[in-house]
Design a protein around this ligand. Structure first.
Ligand SMILES: [Ca+2]
Length: 391
C-alpha cells in the first residue's frame, strides 16, 4: 500500500466516526429494556458502502462473492425494499445522520470535497484496523461505531494497484488509470468484505456480537461498473437502480437469523431506529421523517403504509420520484429529453407510473392508464416539496 502517514490519518478522519453511546443521551436516560439480558444497552455498528449496487454482493445473488456479508445475512435480516434518500453520496449521508430529508439540512446535491479532505479508496484495511482497536477499547461500555467505506466508489483500484489519490491534490482522477475496472471493482468489494469480517470477528472475540446491532447498507446504487441486478438505472437516477440498495441487519437473539423483510424501508429510518435503541428521541423541533423500524427488524412486522420521496436539483440531473405501496411515480428529464423531437423544449415534467410488484424493472409506464393515481401522487410530491424545501 502506497500512502504516507498524513494520508492515512486524513482518510481515517473522513471514514470513521465513532463515540460511546451517550454522546447525545444524558446519563440515566438510556432505556435498559432495549439492551441484552444483562440490561446493558446495545452497541450499534453502522457500515456503509459507497456506490454498491443491489446486484453486486452474494447475499443478493450478485456477481461478487462476499463471504462475510453472507455471514451477516445468515445471522440476521436481509431487507429487499430498502432505499437511500438520495441517489448520490452527500444527500443520502445528510439524511442518514439527521433522520430527515436532506433538503431540510440544505444538502439536496453533492458537496464537493476540497483538496484538504482527500478520499483515499485504499483505506479499507486502515478502517478495519481502527474498528478493531475501537471495539476492543470499548468492550466494557455501550458504543456507536460508524464505518463509512469508500469502496467501490471510483477511482477503481484494487489492493495491488497504484494509489490514485494523495492528500493535497487538487484534481480528482475520475475512474482512474486501471484498465480492467471490473476486476478492480470486484477487488474493492472483496477487500471491504474482508474488513467487515474483521469487525465481526472482533465483536465475537470480545463477546459483544449478541448485543450489537450491525447494520450494513450502501449510500446509493451502483455505477455501470457494478450491478444493480434486475433493477433499472444506475447511481444518480431515480430509477430503482439509483436508490434501492442492499441492506443487512444483524443482532443475534433479537433479529431472526436468516430472515428477510420486504417492508419499504429507508436510510432515513436508521437514525430513529438506533436512537430508540439507545433510549433517545428526536429533538422536538426537529422531528424525524424516517421511522423507528425496530418492529420490522426485531419482530418481523410490516410497518404502516408510507410514502417515500426523492427530488434533486439540476447538479447532475433533475428528477423526482414518489413511492407509495406497490406504485412508483418517476419524473426523469433525461428520459424525456431522449424521447423528445430535436429542438423540442422540455417544459412540463412528464410523470411515469410503475407497478413495482408486477414490474420491478420499471419497464411499463402505466401513467396513461391510471391518471387519477398519477394526479394524487403528483399532488403528494408537491406537498412534500413545499414541506422540505425541495427543488
Ligand atoms: Ca455514493
Amino acid at each position: 500500500m502506497k500512502a504516507n502517514h498524513g494520508t492515512r490519518a486524513a482518510a481515517l478522519a473522513c471514514a470513521v466516526a465513532a463515540c460511546a453511546v451517550g454522546c447525545g443521551t444524558p446519563p440515566g436516560e438510556v432505556d435498559s429494556a432495549a439492551g441484552g439480558e444483562d440490561g446493558r444497552p446495545p452497541n450499534i455498528v453502522l457500515i456503509m458502502a459507497d456506490d454498491l449496487g443491489y446486484g453486486d454482493i452474494s447475499p443478493y445473488d450478485g456477481w461478487i462473492e462476499t463471504p462475510h456479508l453472507d455471514r451477516l445475512a445468515a445471522a440476521g435480516m436481509l431487507l429487499t425494499d430498502f432505499h437511500t434518500s438520495g441517489a448520490v453520496c452527500s444527500p443520502t449521508r445528510a439524511g442518514l445522520v439527521t433522520g430527515r430529508y436532506q433538503h431540510r439540512a440544505g444538502v439536496p446535491a453533492v458537496l464537493v470535497a476540497n483538496s484538504d479532505s482527500p478520499l483515499y479508496h485504499q483505506g479499507i484495511d486502515l478502517i478495519g484496523d481502527h474498528a478493531e482497536r475501537f471495539i476492543a477499547g470499548h468492550r466494557d461500555e455501550p458504543f456507536f461505531l460508524y464505518l463509512a467505506h469508500h469502496a467501490p466508489h471510483y477511482p477503481y483500484q484494487g489492493p495491488g494497484d497504484p494509489a490514485e489519490r494523495y492528500a493535497g491534490e487538487d484534481t480528482f482522477p475520475g475512474v482512474g488509470a486501471v484498465t480492467d475496472r471490473k476486476r478492480a471493482y470486484r477487488e474493492m468489494v472483496e477487500s471491504m468484505d474482508a474488513s467487515i469480517g474483521r469487525v465481526l470477528d472482533a465483536l465475537e472475540e470480545q463477546g459483544l456480537f449478541e448485543n450489537t446491532l450491525v447494520w450494513f447498507f450502501s449510500d446509493n446504487g451502483a455505477t455501470r461498473e457494478g450491478s444493480n441486478g434486475a433493477l433499472r438505472g444506475f447511481k444518480a437516477s431515480y430509477w430503482e437502480g439509483g436508490h434501492r440498495v442492499p441492506s443487512l441487519a444483524t443482532m443475534p437473539g433479537r433479529i431472526a437469523a436468516g430472515s428477510t423483510s420486504t417492508a419499504i424501508t429507508s436510510t432515513l429510518d436508521v437514525m430513529p431506529t438506533v436512537l430508540a435503541m439507545a433510549g433517545g428521541a428526536a429533538h422536538p423541533d426537529l422531528p424525524f421523517d424516517g421511522t423507528d423500524i425496530g418492529p420490522v427488524l426485531f419482530d418481523g412486522e410490516d410497518p404502516p403504509p408510507r410514502q417515500l420521496f426523492w427530488s434533486s436539483p439540476a447538479q447532475f440531473w433533475r428528477g423526482a420520484a414518489v413511492r407509495d405501496g406497490r406504485y412508483k411515480l418517476v419524473i426523469d428529464r433525461r428520459t424525456q429529453r431522449a424521447a423528445a423531437a430535436e429542438g423540442e423544449e422540455i417544459t412540463d415534467p412528464l410523470p411515469m407510473l410503475f407497478d413495482l410488484e408486477a414490474d420491478l424493472g420499471e419497464t411499463t409506464d402505466l401513467a396513461v392508464d391510471e391518471p387519477q393515481r398519477v394526479e394524487a401522487m403528483m399532488a403528494a410530491l408537491e406537498r412534500w416539496r413545499e414541506d422540505v424545501g425541495a427543488p
